[in-house]
Ligand binder design. Structure first.
Ligand code: NAD
Ligand code: WQD
Length: 353
């Protein structure tokens, strides 16, 4: 068997990144993590090593720091980068747009510059379903028009543009070793590793539905606000495509393998939806949580949240056909694993570093 490749995981200490580290190590990859710990703790990486019984190399580094990245590429024969590092709070991006464009867009410019200088031109990027614009149908395919509506979403759309342009330039320049880039558009990642050792640990009051519900269940928050019950959906509440984080990160391993394969072609930049293809409403999520955990969720209906769509779920066909990936876990798995993590770690990683 060929030795497995060395992967640089930016943002590897975060929620999705830490789950990716587990799957990568278990699949036999060597990994180097670069994270500035702005929204995470090294405890997550200690637990990754506990789960897998394997070591990883960690750099506390900011992706905007070119010298730090150059050093990482100098010291490690990196083959592919999985780029999770980024800020992700929609509301905060509206009040601090400069921070989001600087961190996410400028950060990716610096990262790709360092990659190019080191001759590393395989990249798997964390994009988001939030890059899609308005559509007549709620099931989004990769060729639907783009049109993000907030600075966070626009930062992802701008990065996608930059990466497509880098790839197009290779064609113009007839570069003999062109970029190979997978843009993975996540729908709504939830859940946690089955061990309950790693999971989502939001700072302050959660913005997203699932961490909010689980913090109500564990008694940290008093009541969930359901944002609107007058949408044109069967029960009036918003519908989303929730995907188990472990399924999601497995899609990244399939993407690395696909970039390596002849099927991807000599180079290119391509987007893939990572979702289940099935949506659930907010009320369905509450009911599933109550059924699976036996915990009652206190909630009230309030007005709609600005910027929310009624319904959004993935057309996941391209990922199945071209990456050979599809989600395997169901809603009960997502809820049970969220609760396993939350109940074992009511304060998340708490005061651990
Ligand atoms: P997260 O905040 O848990 O993880 C992001 C990690 O990146 C953190 O560990 C943070 O410290 C690090 N980071 C941020 N800026 C950095 C910088 N300049 N240099 C180095 N490290 C930096 O978030 P997550 O949920 O794991 O999301 C990972 C990626 O997936 C993000 O790019 C996010 O935008 C994207 N995404 C997330 C979701 C979601 O719902 N969680 C959905 C779609 C896309
Ligand atoms: C889901 C549903 C809410 C909280 C966001 C980002 C998106 C992506 C994923 C990164 C909606 C309702 C929520 C609450 C509620 N992140 N809700 N009460 O908005 O689909 O996507 O996270 O890329 O960019 O926008 O996810 O979990 O916030 O909301 O009723 O307290 O739950 O209205 O219908 P969303 P969400």
């Amino acid at each position: 068997m060929m030795p497995k490749k060395k992967i640089l995981v930016t943002g590897g200490a975060g929620y999705i990144g830490s789950h990716a580290c587990v799957e990568l190590l278990q699949a036999g990859y060597d990994i180097v993590v670069a994270d500035n710990l702005s929204n995470s703790k090294t405890e997550s990486l200690a637990r990754v090593q506990q789960i897998t019984g394997k070591n990883l190399k960690f750099y506390q580094a900011d992706i905007r720091d070119k010298a730090a990245l150059d050093e990482i590429f100098d010291q490690n024969p990196i083959d592919t980068v999985i780029h999770f590092a980024g800020l992700k709070a929609v509301g905060e991006s509206c009040s601090k747009p400069h921070l989001y464009y600087h961190n996410n867009v400028y950060g990716t410019l610096v990262l790709t510059e360092a990659m190019q200088a080191a001759g590393v031109k395989r990249l798997v990027f964390s994009s988001s379903a939030t890059v899609y614009g308005e559509s007549d149908t709620p099931q989004y395919a990769e060729d639907f028009p783009l049109g993000a509506i907030n600075p966070y979403g626009r930062s992802k759309a701008m990065i996608e543009d930059i990466l497509r342009d880098l790839s197009a330039a290779d064609h113009i320049n007839q570069d003999p070793s062109p970029w190979k880039i997978a843009l993975l558009r996540y729908f709504n990642p939830i859940g946690a590793h089955a061990s309950g050792l790693i999971g989502e640990d939001p700072n302050g009051i959660p913005n997203n539905l699932m961490p909010y519900i689980s913090q109500v269940a564990v008694g940290k928050l008093a009541q969930l606000s359901v944002f609107g019950n007058d949408y044109p959906t069967p029960d009036g509440t918003g519908i989303r495509d929730y995907i188990h984080v472990v399924d999601l990160v497995k899609g990244h391993i399939k993407a690395i393998e696909t970039l390596d394969s002849d099927a991807f072609g000599p180079g290119g930049c391509k987007a893939y939806n990572l979702g289940t293809g099935r949506g659930y409403s907010v009320l369905e999520m509450i009911q599933a949580f109550e059924r699976v955990t036996g915990k009652a969720i206190n909630y009230q209906i309030v007005g709609r949240r600005a910027g929310d769509l009624a319904e959004c779920f993935a057309n996941p066909k391209r990922a199945l056909q071209e990456l050979g990936w599809q989600a395997e876990k169901n809603l009960d798995d997502m809820v049970a694993d969220t609760w396993n993590w939350q109940s074992k770690n009511p304060q998340g990683y708490g005061s651990l570093m």
